[in-house]
Every structure is written in structure tokens, then in C-alpha cells.
Design a protein around this ligand. Structure first.
Ligand code: GAL
Length: 938
């Protein structure tokens, strides 16, 4: 992908036409009223997709994702900025490499997207600590409050991130159009904190409107505190009507109607986070989440929301989910993949949800009167009670938007009705769990649309005529009425469409079937090419703007952008073998995809039709020659821990008091992420019979215990209390793990050594702002050996990886000594394949890739065979911790290896840290590489 993008860049430079229309670097004014946001007085409907750069640690791929977002008809992207991702410890910040958010904002601008900037300080996002760095756990003062210690901490972050955001604002010619303060801050209602976040932002130069995303019932920053300290300019609402129960994708809105409320009369209705996927709480797998939130859900809920509430600001969570690589995951709700069942998959593939976004997004962008509408009290009524209509109209143009849906929102039947509307009696039909937004009284380019029972996807003036793309459910009836001064001439170019002209109105009747094409000329207007498709046909179209006006493209996998020079239209497009049809400005006679000429012939529709090229076949190498080596020397009594940190504190800032002393909380000693080793030295009396330990690891974590080098066993670590009631504070006491001391192992009167390897699966979030969940300790929280005094040493990660950042590594021996790094010399290791002993064993192999230039082939690592409860695996690709696999970690068996981390042309190293809590006959396998897809990118 990297080489491919540089090819694109080179093309760009040689042709000297921007691939995408970038925001010009001139200042703009952002204002708003009760209807919509406005940029320089021009109303916009904000259609945004959420993207987490920190879940795609490959800046080269940010462009790919953002171009895909743009091509789906979004005009904005919502970006959380993760404090934890940039700050390994207080006072230390890193905005380089994969953390270069300046580059991210430039890329968003180049992709032609506005940005909703969401720097928290708290972001939630199922990310470790909800985005709060783990060091904040050791800072005095309640998190998410105005208390002193926390205040100093979050101000530090804001003064780093705000200036970067500030220099990319719309008001300075950049893409940032809104600034979101905090996140669903509804429990710890500290107005001074909410106000201070905004004051800091203003002081740092933020001058775009400030928003916040509210959730949940009860008081909030949008209603109870709509004015006074802490109130924001444009509060919005988060809504996840479809729940997160991916195992039952046929449920319908168990969490409500999903209607975004109007909060105030002076601001637009803002769906600050609207469900566009789900976390996989029940381990059903993300394909089920994609089904749960699939096109049917999108059609019904998004359209219902649009017309019922008149919202003009939408941000869909997520547009692209990405990966919880390293220790990024909050452990209670997610595992490595954060695919989210989103429209764009973790491996950046487009799904049927993407096509639905495109149908709806193009409509929002093409039909300007949508940005200013009021409810219509008496919408045209269907003559079948199974169907219901809701309508809005633009008070200036009179354009009507009529939602036709089932009366019973959960109905699964197909129902039909006729409606008397705008002087015509027309048929409507809605299949189960669908809805249509129909338009009447609309100046469609140079045409006058009286009404249509097909939905408008887009329209554009191309080559001296209007080209309009309308669509409806396959097999359903459609009627479109257009007004003319005199009878126009109608040519049906394709499909079956009847026409009748009376009293100035041309009525076309048809059944949605494939793609019908009708050319209407004369009648006192410029020509109209009407494309009447099914949902599926409409989904194959792309629209791109060029300096010579818009082009429409049918076919290809993706049109990223287009440009016109002379008689040639050049598409930046992804292709497999298929057709491409281009509707381009009149002078265009030639089509290029990238630098490749497409042999294109003129069609009777006036378009150019040609064939697209298939990508070259790709073979991925087999993974062979695995080498292995066991470690865990820390378990041995003679191991030298003299350089480890003494765990000898007797006090802690934690709100969870220690049960035994010294305090053993890993965070208190600066070890925040990944595994931590403890070594406890004691002089035995000889009377000790058990070792009693409490460790808190977060969900799916465990700990392993040795005495004098002998393995005693493992236990599950404590988790955030999961009573099913999210308001219950966490239970910091997982209950002790009792490890019986085998007879003869203890050395009475002499030095004995307990060694404990404790996983840290990530930090709880602070969703309810109660401080207690977030500050639940990690590591050992209590230890005793029959009351005998123990002297403790602790060792976690050996510093922060300067490239891969604070979340990449914990404190395994192999991590501390670089076994995960590609340069590590493993030649002396023995061939893998033998049995696994309890403790940590590493497996390494290398492979060469030579993926063809100009193709996008996302690659994954697949664990075949059954997941074993005996061990868990941390996966390193060229030193990057790309995920965790194992019996009790989650259902995931395929792990995405993003280009950038993956050398697509070169040698790659996979290192697996396998932690066995029981002996096992063999390690993981078979392990293979696979491709998620293969397209040409020209
Ligand atoms: C919201 C929150 C997001 C994310 C989402 C669920 O409540 O604001 O950050 O956690 O829920 O995926």
C-alpha cells in the first residue's frame, strides 16, 4: 500500500490537479441556527463517520480510510484524540510517527472532509482507561472533575492537543468545524470542569462551535445544564437503539426508537453519536454485529430519525473501527478487533452497509433544501393503515420530504398503499424493515420534480443536461412526475417505463427492476437523463467532483476521486474485472483509470462504457521454520532482580485501600501496561502452608505463581464488578487465590522466592465518572504467606518503545530483551513444535512478501485449529503488538496485519509470546497468512 500511495502521489504531482478537492486555505466562518450549521452562510447537512487513528497505527492507511469515508457521501469525520496514546507519563507527550495527528488533520483536509475534533480529555471508546492515561490513576483528585491533581493533568493534555487542533480549524482554512468537550459527562456533574475544558480550548485558540455528546436518561449537559457554567454551544445526543447484542441480529430497536431529540430552539438537532455498528459483548463475532446494524436497520432508523426530528448533524459511530492493538483495549467490552461491524471493515473492505451509507449520504449532500425543514402537520396519508407517513418541508422552497414506513416499526411484511400527493395518486410500497424518504416540489437542477415515489440518490448537471439517479426496492412500483411548460419528448433507453403527459405534468410509471434509463428532452427545459434503479444498482454508482463539474460513475469497487483534463476523465479508482460507465462533462471522450487508458465506447445514454482490469493474483507464503525458546527466568530463585523496583510503599493515592502492605499496585510503580512480574523474598518459618494472593488483571486476565522455581498454578485475575448494573461501583476484591505449598519445597530459616506473573488486560473506563472503576488497581493487590514478612520487587515494561509507543509492551522477559523485535537473532533457538511448559515460550518466524505494486491486498494472520484454554498468545508483527489470541481471550482467530507495519515488499517477522498456564502438548497452530481481498488501486 505504501508504494501504491506514493504512485498515487507521483500521479498527482505530474497531473497537477488535486486528486481530491481540498479545503482551500482561506478562512471561513462557522455559524448555526435552529436548522443547521452554516459555513460562510451556506447551510450544510453534516454527515460524519467516526474514525480512531489510534486504532490504525499506519498513517499511510489513514488516507485510504478517509477517502473511502468521503466516497460514501460523508462530508465529515469525527475523531477522538486519545490522551493515553500520546502520554506514557506525566509531562511526556509524543505526536510523532503513528501519533502524528497534525498529519491526520492534513489528510482529512486533503480528503475533503470536515472534522469533529473530540479530544476528551475523557473519550470512553472502549479504550483503556477511556483514553485517560494509566498514570492518571496515581494522580490525586477525582478523574473527570475539577479537583486539583486531575485538573493539572488534563490541562497538560489540552495544552498539547488543542494548539494542534486549533491550527486546522475551518476558521483558518482547515477542516475542524466542531470541538467536542468531554464525552457523555453525565454523572459527575462538575460544571467547573466542563467550563474549564471550554475555557482552556478558547485560550488555546479554538474558535469553532463547542459541542458535547450526551447520553442516557436524566439530567445532562444538554437539558438540565443547558445554560450557565459548563453549558456548550451545540449539545448533541448519543443513541444506540439497536443495542450491542450481536448474537440476535434480528431484534429491532430494543434500546428505543432512536429519535434524536431537539434540545434547544436556537441550535440544530445533532445526533452526536448514532449507532453504526456494535461492540461484540457476547463474542458473537463482528459479522453478526454488522448484521445487527445492517442496511435494514440503517434504512429504517436513519431515515426515520432524519424526517421525524429534522436533524441536520449526524455522526455515525463507527465508520471504520480498526484494531485494539497493543494494550489499547478496555478489557470489559472488547477484544483485539474493534471492527465494530462498521461499514468499512477492520481490513478496510467495503460492505453492504457502505453502499447504504452511500445511497443516503449522496442524497443528503445533493438535495440542499434538506438543511432547513420544519415538520408538516398533515402529511399525505397512505390508504393502508399498515403504512404511516411523516413529513417535513423547507419553508423557503416548499420542498417536501415524506417518510413512508411501517406503522408497526418491527413489521416484516411488504405492504402497499396509494397516496394522494401533490395532485397525483401514486403507489407506495414498503418491505419489512425498510423506509423511504420521498421528495416533492423540488427544483432538481434545471428540472421541476413534482414528486417521486423513488428515492433520490443524487443528481448533477453533466454535459449540458441533468442526470438524476433515483432508486427503489427491487420489484416495487415507482412513479416520478416532472413539470414542463409544454409536452417533452420521452425516450426510454433501457427498461420498461410508461409515460403520460397532462396539465404540464409528465408522469412516468415503472417497476424498479435493474436500471431503467429515460431521456426527457424539450418541454422548455434542458435535457434530463433519468436513471431509475434498484437499491442494488444505485449502490454501484459513485459521484466525484472535478474542476469541470461532477462525474457519475457506475461500476468499479471504489471511485476515490476524478479529474478532467481536455477530453479525458481520469478516475482514481479501485477495480476488479468488471464494467465501468462514466457520465462525464461533454468534452470528455476518453477514460483513464489511473494512468491506464480504458477502451470506452459512447452509449446511447451519452456515457462512456468500458472494462476494468482485474488485479494480479497473489500468493502468500506459508509460515514455516518456526523457532521457539522458553523464558520466564524470573521464576527461578537465583534470578537477579537487584535492578528491579522495590515495591515497598505503604501509602497510595488510589481510592481503593490496600488489603495488605506493602502496596503492590503496578501503576503506583510506573508499570501501566501489559504483564508485570513480582518477586517476593521471605525467610520461611516452616509453618507456612499456603500462598494467598489477590491480583486484579481486568477481564480475561490471569496470573501464574511459582515458589522457589516450582510452578504452583494460575488463577483468573479480578475484574470490574459485572453485576449487569453499570452503575454499581467495581468490586476491587477478586477473592484470594490460594496456592498450597507442596511439602518439601519450602526452605525454613532460609531465603524463599515467590514469583508471580500478572497480566494487565487494560484499564477500566470511567464511563459513569465515578473514579472508582477507572482507578481499580492492576497487579497484585494483596499477598500473604501465613503472615511471614515478604520483601517485594516489581518489574514491568522496560521503558517506552520510542516508535511503537507506551501501549505496545509490558514486562515479559522477552519483551524486555527485544525478542519481539525483527532484528533479534533467533538462530540459536530450537525448532518449534515441542510441548509447552507453564510460563512463557516465544515462537518466531520470518517471511518475505512481494505484493504487486498498485494493488491493495490486506493481509491477516489466521490461527487454525481449536483455541486451547492452556495458553494465550501475544502476537508481534515486526515488533508491533498486533493482538492477542487464546482460549479465554475472545472468539477472534484472524488478526489484521496493517500495511505499514507489514512490509508488503520485504521481510517480516512474526513473534508470538505464548503464556501457558498449564502444560500443553504443543503450541498454537497451524498458523497461516491470508488475504482479506485484492483490488487494483489505480
Ligand atoms: C458511547 C461512547 C463511545 C463508545 C460507544 C459504544 O457511549 O461515547 O465512546 O463507547 O458508546 O461503542
Amino acid at each position: 500500500m505504501r508504494r501504491l500511495l506514493s504512485v498515487l502521489l507521483a500521479m498527482l504531482l505530474t497531473w497537477a490537479v488535486p486528486v481530491v478537492p481540498a479545503h482551500a486555505r482561506t478562512a471561513h466562518e462557522v455559524t448555526y441556527d435552529r436548522y443547521s450549521l452554516m459555513v460562510d452562510g451556506r447551510r450544510i447537512v453534516l454527515q460524519s463517520a467516526e474514525f480512531h487513528y489510534f486504532r490504525l497505527p499506519s498513517p499511510e492507511l489513514w488516507r485510504d480510510v478517509l477517502e473511502k469515508v468521503k466516497a460514501a457521501g460523508f462530508n465529515a469525520v469525527s475523531l477522538y484524540f486519545s490522551w493515553a496514546y500520546h502520554s506514557p507519563k506525566q509531562g511526556v507527550y509524543d505526536f510523532a510517527g503513528v501519533r502524528d495527528v497534525d498529519r491526520l488533520l492534513r489528510t482529512a483536509s486533503q480528503a475533503g472532509l470536515y472534522v469533529i475534533a473530540r479530544p476528551g480529555p475523557y473519550i470512553n471508546a472502549e479504550s483503556s482507561g477511556g483514553g485517560l492515561p494509566a498514570w492518571v490513576k496515581t494522580v490525586p483528585g477525582r478523574a473527570r472533575s475539577s479537583e486539583a491533581g486531575y485538573q493539572a493533568a488534563y490541562r497538560e493534555w489540552l495544552h498539547r492537543i488543542n494548539p494542534i487542533i486549533a491550527r486546522h480549524q475551518v476558521t483558518d482554512g482547515g477542516p475542524v468545524i466542531l470541538y467536542n468537550a468531554e464525552n457523555e459527562y453525565q454523572v459527575n456533574t462538575d460544571a467547573a470542569y466542563m467550563q474549564d475544558i471550554q475555557d482552556q480550548a478558547r485560550a488555546d485558540g479554538i474558535d469553532v462551535p463547542i459541542t458535547t455528546n450526551d447520553c442516557c436518561d436524566g439530567g445532562s449537559w444538554s437539558s438540565t445544564w443547558a445554560t450557565g457554567p459548563g453549558a456548550v454551544q451545540i449539545p448533541g445526543i448519543d443513541d444506540y437503539p439497536q443495542s450491542f447484542e450481536c448474537a440476535t441480529p434480528d431484534v429491532w430497536g430494543p434500546w428505543g426508537e432512536g429519535l434524536t431529540e431537539r434540545l434547544r430552539d436556537d441550535i440544530p438537532v445533532f445526533a452526536a453519536e448514532y449507532q453504526a455498528g456494535a461492540i461484540d459483548l457476547g463474542n458473537a463475532g463482528y459479522e453478526k454485529c454488522r448484521e445487527l446494524t445492517g442496511p435494514a436497520f440503517m434504512k429504517f432508523f436513519y431515515k426515520n430519525n432524519l424526517v421525524t426530528t429534522g436533524a441536520t448533524m449526524f455522526s455515525y459511530y463507527m465508520g471504520y473501527g480498526g484494531t485494539n492493538w497493543g494494550w489499547l483495549a478496555q478489557p470489559n467490552d472488547v477484544y483485539t478487533s474493534y471492527d465494530y461491524g462498521a461499514a468499512i471493515t477492520e481490513a478496510r473492505r467495503l460492505t453492504p452497509k457502505y453502499a447504504e451509507f452511500k445511497r443516503q449520504g449522496y442524497f443528503l449532500q445533493a438535495v440542499a433544501p434538506l438543511a432547513k425543514t420544519d415538520p408538516v402537520a398533515t402529511p399525505p396519508a397512505p390508504d393502508n393503515p399498515a403504512l404511516t407517513t411523516v413529513a417535513r418541508a423547507n419553508p423557503d422552497t416548499g420542498t417536501q420530504f415524506v417518510l413512508v414506513r411501517h406503522t408497526d416499526r418491527a413489521a416484516t411484511t411488504t405492504d402497499s398503499a396509494t397516496v394522494d400527493w401533490a395532485g397525483h395518486r401514486v403507489p407506495v410500497q414498503v418491505k419489512g424493515r425498510d423506509a423511504h424518504v420521498l421528495v416533492a416540489g423540488y427544483d432538481l437542477g434545471g428540472q421541476r420534480l413534482v414528486l417521486s415515489t423513488s428515492e433520490i440518490m443524487t443528481h448533477a448537471a453533466i454535459g449540458g443536461r441533468d442526470v438524476a439517479l433515483l432508486y427503489g426496492t427491487s420489484g416495487s412500483p415507482g412513479a416520478t412526475v416532472l413539470r414542463y411548460a409544454s409536452q417533452p419528448s420521452v425516450t426510454v433507453l433501457d427498461g420498461s417505463v410508461t409515460s403520460a403527459y397532462a396539465n404540464g405534468d409528465l408522469r412516468l410509471d415503472y417497476t424498479h427492476d435493474g436500471l431503467a434509463r429515460v431521456l426527457v428532452t424539450g418541454g422548455g427545459r434542458r435535457p434530463l437523463l433519468l436513471l431509475l434503479g434498484t437499491d442494488e444498482e444505485a449502490g454501484t454508482f459513485w459521484r466525484a467532483d472535478t474542476d469541470s463539474g461532477p462525474v457519475l460513475v457506475r461500476g468499479t469497487e471504489l471511485v476515490r476521486s476524478a479529474s478532467v483534463r481536455g477530453d479525458t476523465v481520469r478516475l482514481a479508482a479501485d477495480t476488479v474485472a468488471g464494467e465501468v460507465e462514466v457520465f462525464a462533462p461533454g468534452q470528455v471522450r476518453r477514460v483513464q483509470i489511473g494512468t491506464h487508458d480504458v477502451a470506452a465506447a459512447r452509449t446511447k445514454s451519452g456515457s462512456l462504457l468500458g472494462a476494468t482490469r482485474a488485479p494480479g493474483a497473489v500468493r502468500l507464503p506459508e509460515l514455516t521454520s518456526w523457532r521457539a525458546r522458553a523464558e520466564s527466568p524470573e521464576a527461578q530463585p537465583g534470578f537477579d532482580d537487584s535492578r528491579w523496583t522495590a515495591a515497598d510503599r505503604t501509602t497510595t493515592t488510589s481510592p481503593h485501600p490496600p488489603k495488605t502492605l506493602p502496596v503492590l499496585y503496578a501503576d503506583d510503580y510506573g508499570y501501566h501496561y501489559g504483564n508485570v512480574w513480582y518477586r517476593g523474598h521471605f525467610t520461611a518459618t516452616g509453618a507456612e502452608t499456603t500462598i494467598d494472593l489477590n491480583a486484579i488483571t481486568g477481564r480475561r486476565g490471569n496470573y501464574l505463581v511459582w515458589l522457589n522455581g516450582r510452578y504452583l498454578g494460575s488463577a483468573a485475575g479480578g475484574v470490574q464488578a459485572d453485576s449487569g448494573d453499570q452503575w454499581t461501583p467495581p468490586n476491587p476484591d477478586p477473592g484470594p487465590g490460594h496456592f498450597a505449598i507442596p511439602s518439601g519445597l519450602l526452605k525454613p530459616g532460609a531465603g524463599n522466592v515467590i514469583a508471580v506473573l500478572v497480566a494487565n488486560m487494560g484499564h477500566n473506563d470511567d464511563w459513569i465518572a465515578d473514579d472508582l472503576r477507572f482507578k481499580q488497581p492492576r497487579g497484585l493487590v494483596a499477598a500473604s504467606v501465613g503472615g511471614t514478612p515478604i520483601t517485594w520487587k516489581i518489574q514491568g515494561a522496560a521503558g517506552t518503545d520510542p516508535v511503537r509507543g507506551p501501549l505496545n509492551n509490558g514486562g515479559l522477559y522477552g519483551e524486555r530483551t527485544g525478542w519481539h523485535l525483527p532484528a533479534y537473532a533467533d538462530k540459536s533457538w530450537k525448532n518449534a513444535g515441542g510441548p509447552l511448559a507453564p510460563g512463557v515460550t516465544w515462537h518466531r518466524t520470518a517471511f518475505r512478501l512481494d505484493l504487486p505494486d498498485g494493488q491493495d491486498v490486506p493481509v491477516g494472520l489466521r490461527f487454525g485449529g481449536e483455541q486451547s484454554p492452556a495458553y494465550r498468545v501475544m502476537i508481534f508483527l515486526n515488533g508491533w503488538n498486533v493482538g492477542q489470541y487464546g482460549g479465554d481471550i475472545g472468539p477472534q482467530k484472524d488478526f489484521y496485519l496493517p500495511a505499514g507495519l507489514l512490509k508488503e515488499q520485504g521481510t517480516n517477522t512474526i513473534a508470538l509470546a505464548v503464556t501457558a498456564e498449564q502444560a500443553a502438548p504443543a503450541g498454537p497452530g497451524p498458523i497461516s497468512l491470508f488475504a482479506y481481498g485484492n483490488v487494483r488501486v489505480d
